[in-house]
Design a binder for this molecule. Structure first.
Ligand SMILES: [Ca+2]
Ligand SMILES: [Ca+2]
Length: 681
């Protein structure tokens, strides 16, 4: 039981809350029968603590960590495993029982969603031994570790892809999706991952030419610009190399970003001689930029140049992006997210996906981490694994993936099931139909509607539909699967920050935390939300992925963010150190509500039901009830001004509160952006 006692700071905070509640109730409860037992309970700084049912421990609060920008232990500016390990008490103080780590594998970009080896750790984050030490230290504190797993695609620098791209006979060729004519192959049903999409599955932006259509040799390029469609002619030569100057403008772009200017040979005639080497071909430009009208290349499907013959070039327009000029017919690979840094993985037909080489390899990599103690996975972009997101293919795939991982997990001696949550990005007005089918494959998916609706509630100061929304979300999940876990959050790494969406209102940010942490389901706290960070994606995603500022004057782990950090936000006041000293801080709301949630089964994994009585539009009131029937009454006032209403049931014991709350008989008065939880058992 001692493990459930809050640390000293929280005892202090709980004392404040309890004393405040006592002071209020001493004034308000004069008509009530004084219950000595109840009174004793209220003066206890550790109010009746209940064990959360271990079978329902999925519901525990999770903290989403960006490993690269959370905490740097060795001063190289990059967050790392030891940095997380050094701050495990930070999570315990918020009642957090699991950490979701951003991808830990070697990768091509700072964010990690272009993995180059699923079996090893990114050396910037430490060694495998460091990772194991983190897992062990977290477990010792009752904190689980979830990894972010990217199953839709790997990075194109992955050795699997490099081998697959280089040769049709590569043992990895089937790991990816290749085609010389994607549109025709999709229409013919030849591409298993897109077969269910039919002719609508072709999008030219999702296909990239492999680096196998280039050429090499000492070539003379001759350019004739007398027409609006210039021609380029390549001849093999033994001449010495030569080129022109940038004042000419016309240039050849090839290889790893090489720009070589043409020499002017008189009216509309240019030439150069280079030792050419480029595995993707070349482009011609009028100036050294990609502005409309500057880029010249091929028409799609007619990109192959013949040595010695003039080849007609087409300039870019607002509606036409020229293709690379190639030396042989290119093969294309599929990248759903329309970037040549990702290559979508190929699992064949969903009904037999577990027999595919890619599935087996990815599953073996997951086994390694589960055997090291990993407790769960967050699966990236699962609605895009198979192209038709509304078909049963992805749920079928995910069920097979889950069963494989769960078998490995239980072989380690676990008696519970492995946790797994899928990112199924859904639309604002979603009734749940688009993501609930994914619960056939996984025990949990994110409920993105939660934050969109909640931000409206707070910004409009109107909570009239909030409770019915929560009840609907709950029934959508439980209707899809009896053991479904509704995962929800405020903002995450792909969205504008909560602080920005709420116009930097600390009162609203605090209440957003209180409403997240008193809602049914499994809350995720995104790194920095608890400090009131703000930032938007308009200047780059990095601005919503800001490092934690641990101390008032210390450095932050911003080494991977390329300077895209808003240092005007990272003042000493926003630091963890400053907010831990300030009982009115946003951080303190996460701690008090997070701790309360972790201690009461009704809050941690209870069922919501509406408080069925008409209330003012700014009030949301509902019950959270645990499996024993123990009931909490939760009330939020989302208006900026004070409001009151009468409530039934015991109002004697406040479990946790935000802002000002007073009780007079059966009347509860809440100040602006105030919240309260009454224990009614
Ligand atoms: Ca470091
Ligand atoms: Ca895919």
């Amino acid at each position: 039981m001692t493990g459930l006692l809050p640390p000293n700071l929280l005892i202090d905070n709980m004392k404040r809350i309890v004393y405040l509640a006592l002071a209020i109730l001493a004034f308000a409860a004069c008509k009530k029968v004084d219950n000595p037992d109840n009174k004793k309970q209220k003066t206890d700084p550790t109010p009746s603590v209940e064990e959360v049912d271990p079978d329902l421990s999925f519901a525990g609060t999770t903290y989403q960590i960006l490993v690269y920008s959370f905490a740097d232990s060795n001063g190289d500016g990059i967050g790392d495993f030891n940095g997380i390990k050094n701050h495990l008490d930070y999570f315990a103080d918020m009642g957090v029982s699991a950490l979701w780590l951003s991808p830990i594998h070697p990768c091509m970009s700072y964010h990690g969603y272009d993995v180059t080896d699923y079996y090893t750790v990114n050396p910037d984050f430490g060694t495998e031994a460091d990772f194991q030490a983190l897992v062990n230290a977290a477990h010792a504190k009752g904190i689980k570790i979830y990894l972010d797993y990217v199953l839709n695609h790997s990075g194109t620098d992955h050795e699997w892809f490099k081998s697959a791209e280089a040769s049709e006979s590569s043992e990895y060729r089937d790991y990816y999706i290749f085609s010389q004519d994607p549109e025709a192959d999709i229409k013919a049903g030849k591409i298993a991952m897109i077969a269910r999409e039919g002719s609508g599955g072709y999008n030219s932006g999702e296909w990239f030419a492999c680096d196998n259509a280039g050429g090499s040799g000492r070539f003379k390029f001759t350019l004739n610009t007398s027409s609006s469609n210039p021609t380029v002619t390549i001849t093999e030569t033994t001449e010495s190399t030569y080129s022109g100057s940038s004042s000419v403008g016309w240039n050849l772009y090839y290889g790893n970003g090489t720009t070589t200017y043409f020499r002017s040979d008189g009216s509309n005639s240019y030439s150069l001689v280079v030792d050419f080497e480029s595995d993707w071909g070349f482009l011609v430009r009028k100036a050294a930029n990609w502005n409309t009208g500057s880029k010249y290349g091929a028409k799609a499907g007619a990109s192959t140049i013949t040595i010695g013959s003039a080849f007609t070039l087409y300039p870019s327009t607002s509606s036409f992006d020229p293709a690379n000029v190639t030396f042989t017919d290119p093969t294309y690979f599929h990248s759903h997210f329309q970037t040549s840094w990702f290559a979508d993985l190929n699992y064949g037909a969903a009904s037999s996906c577990e027999t595919s080489a890619a599935f087996k390899d990815l599953a073996a990599s997951a086994d390694k981490w589960i055997k090291m103690g990993v407790d769960g996975l967050r699966l990236d972009a699962v609605k895009h694994i198979y192209h038709k997101s509304g078909s049963d293919e992805n749920p079928t795939f995910l069920a097979k993936w889950y069963d494989h991982c769960n078998a490995t997990y239980q072989a380690q001696g676990h008696t519970d099931n492995i946790f797994m949550v899928g990112e199924v990005f859904n639309e604002y007005n979603d009734s749940g139909a688009s993501y609930s089918s994914y619960l056939k494959g996984l025990p949990s998916v994110f409920n993105f509607s939660f934050w969109w609706r909640l931000s409206e509630v707070l910004n409009n100061q109107n909570a009239s539909t909030w409770v019915s929304n929560l009840v609907t979300y709950q029934s959508t999940f439980s209707g899809a699967r009896s053991d479904a876990v509704m995962s929800q959050k405020l903002s995450n790494h792909d969205e504008d920050r909560t602080g920005s969406t709420l116009s930097k209102s600390a009162d609203k940010e605090k209440q957003a935390a209180a409403m997240l942490l008193t809602a049914p389901g499994k809350p995720f706290i995104y790194q920095g939300e608890e400090l009131g960070y703000y930032g938007t994606k308009s200047g780059g995603d990095e601005y919503v992925r800001t490092p934690i500022k641990w101390t008032k004057s210390g450095d932050v782990a911003d080494g991977t963010l390329g300077g895209k950090v808003d240092n005007s936000m990272l003042t000493s006041d926003i630091s963890v150190e400053a907010q831990e000293e300030d009982s009115s801080s946003i951080l303190n709301v996460y701690k008090t509500f997070g701790t309360a949630r972790s201690k009461y089964a009704a809050l941690a994994n209870g069922t919501i039901s509406a408080y069925n009585s008409s209330l003012g539009a700014s009030l949301a009131a509902y019950y959270m009830t645990d499996s024993e029937g123990n009931k909490m009454l939760v009330i939020h006032n989302v208006a900026s001004g004070q409001t009151s209403a009468a409530f039934t049931g015991s109002l004697d014991e406040i479990v946790v509160q935000l802002g000002s709350v007073s009780v007079n008989g059966n009347k509860v008065t809440l100040g602006g952006n105030s919240s309260v939880v009454f224990k009614q058992y």
